[in-house]
Design a protein. Sequence first.
Length: 425
Amino acid sequence: MTGGEAEPVIRIDHDGPLEGEVRVPGAKNSVLKLMAATVLADGEFTLTNVPGIIDVDIMSQLLRSIGSTVESAGDGSLVIRHEGELSTEVSAELAGRLRASINLLGPLVARFGNIQIALPGGDDFGLRPIDMHISGLEAMGATCRFDAGILTVNAPRLRGADIRFSFPSVGATENLVSAAVFADGVTTIYGAAREPEVADLCNFLVAMGAQIEGIGESTLRITGVSRGGLHSASHRVVPDRIQAATYIASVAVAGGEVDMVDAQRNDMQMFLRRCSEMGLTFSDLDGGGLRVAASKRLAAVDVQTLPYPGVATDYKPLVIAMLSVADGSAVVTENLYPGRFKYVDELQALGAKIRMHEHHAEIRGVPRLQGASVTAHDIRAGAALVVAGLAADGITTISGVGHIDRGYDDLVGRLRDIGAGIRRD
């Protein structure tokens, strides 16, 4: 904000069930990677079902900074054009604003061979979780050097390799699949991430002419094609399972029945199973989507995060918000990113009874939370505070809503349309 203009806040004063219909937008965790992958070929790419979020705007700026043309058609579609020369240096200023800027690494290395990319935040890659990206590129013949926040990669010609992951890293899978599409021979990734967003990227690359086998499985086999062997394509972004989970959590704490158009049951089966154990009911919609209904107070259940198809770490803040008003006590265990509990203090400010034990959160449910002023420190924490506000008596005021805007397409408007007492000031 500039000129003394007040920072926006979200205010929630809600009591009563939610009813109606909400459409689930395209996935943040997919669209940014699809945008990055377009640099593999010249031509015009059209992405549809694109969410209206700040991170898409930042990635658009990043692509423009290297010479691409990016235009929004205003109907949830994005048109990206590449014509010949692109810069192989990624802006440190823009990269510092967007973690997903690292997804330009694989496509740029594959197409141009020699690149420089500023790492998000400027940290040494030994301190950031991209060591698997680097070791995979090195296995394919690249030389990688890090200096003063800049990663330089030299790879005149990548070659196929067998790459074995000790952990199913989403980012490393995406970057190495993108890099392998032009590599000589066959690249096989063992222990690859299986998230729906990874499959969405692979399907897009196949539409561009890449040869990928095992999509959706833990072993991916990529047979390289010649540089210049890919072409432009159109693609619909997979619906956002985390946004869908946010509306499920909202109904869970407020009660009611909501139709979520485009929500994908198959993409969040373990999360839905845990929600069913809490007392929610789900049914499929004609034409695609899910109906969620909550008619009674939630029951407490233990939850642990695991790689897909387990319960995603991005669901965890929503789960803890739900359990804060459930009947009984439960333990939520973070097995992937132990430090991701910063929002607990904010939930406690709303009256949640949460005790931390290293990477475990013990939650004792209360009938209702109490409104207070709280701050969103990241995207998913912000969404969890919105959910908690729907379960609170009195007014909940949330600041730091710019974080929510990075990953949610009009969360306030969509919730208001199904009856939530929520506004943005």
